[in-house]
Design a protein around this ligand. Structure first.
Ligand code: ZN
Length: 105
């Protein structure tokens, strides 16, 4: 099943802080901006209810962990375009998460 996500760009969000609904990871907008620009963290917001609840905030770690057993497919909206994101169960390559972030930021 496909999910529809919005990539939360720290430059565009209005909230003071963000918190992942799954792991409770929470950062202020300033912290998130630094981590985002360092390609360490991305928060997403769910735009539909296929996989998450609507408007739920998910960090990229939890997103990757969800694809632990089966591949997941997402449509991700960024500020400039929409891209398709396929996450496969880990293949034992620890660089997977980094590649994932580099593709998005
Ligand atoms: Zn999380």
């Amino acid at each position: 099943m496909d999910g529809h996500l919005k990539l939360l760009n720290p430059k565009r969000i209005r909230v003071k802080s963000l918190c992942c609904s799954y792991c409770d990871l929470s950062y202020s907008r300033e912290h998130y901006k630094a981590l985002f620009e360092g390609r360490k963290l991305i928060y997403f917001k769910s735009l539909d209810t296929n996989i998450f609840r609507e408007k739920e905030i998910i960090c990229h770690d939890c997103l990757v962990n969800l694809a632990d057993k089966e591949s997941l497919c997402f449509k991700v909206e960024t500020d400039t375009h929409i891209l398709k994101l396929d996450i496969s169960p880990p293949s034992g390559n620890e660089d997977d998460t980094d590649d994932f972030l580099n593709d998005l930021i």
